[in-house]
Ligand binder design. Sequence first.
Ligand SMILES: N[C@@H](CCC(=O)N[C@@H](CS)C(=O)NCC(=O)O)C(=O)O
Length: 198
Amino acid sequence: MLTLFHHPKTRSTRLIFLLEELGVPYELRHVEIRKRDGSGAVDPANPHPHGKVPTLSDDGMVVFESSAIALYLTDRFADRGLGPLVGDAQRGAYLSWLAYYGSVFEPAFVSKFLGAAVPRGTAGWVVVEEVVAAILQALGHGPYLLGERFSAADILYGTALAMFSGSPLLEKSPLIDAYAQSVVTRPAFQRAMVREGN
Ligand SMILES: N[C@@H](CCC(=O)N[C@@H](CS)C(=O)NCC(=O)O)C(=O)O
């Protein structure tokens, strides 16, 4: 059985979205997490090394980090077609966008949110404007990051961009907005919202 260690309205919500897209059985285990306002605490029930969510357990085998969970699930349920497999011409692009999410995309937005300068050439990531340019270039062959093919990478990027849209973190872009909306209006996202509320 798949168990998603989850806390509502956090990064783990998008993994519910992916599980709903895959249409596989899973259970949600609600856990406490540390909050920005100082409340909350690491939940001993959560096997994540820092008590963060999402964490996935597949019959006791633990996977953490959103991109790793996405890759694990799309490989595990390969027949659902939500991620190119080894041997597929788009596997390289898929792996690249998944890794880029955690190591470049999020650090860029968090740096901007914190008002921290990104040292050119030495940080492992770049400024938001460069990240957005790279995404726009990929979407130029869209509608998705992998062209015609919707994948779990779009779940990570689309939900994050929908959240940043309209905020000072992200300059208005009709293409980004249309992309983000195409992701968050999918029925599986609506099902995830309902499931999260229960
Ligand atoms: N890079 C991680 C980030 C996970 C993360 O920071 N999750 C937040 C919730 S959105 C959390 O669990 N915070 C609690 C804490 O930092 O202790 C991923 O994408 O899975």
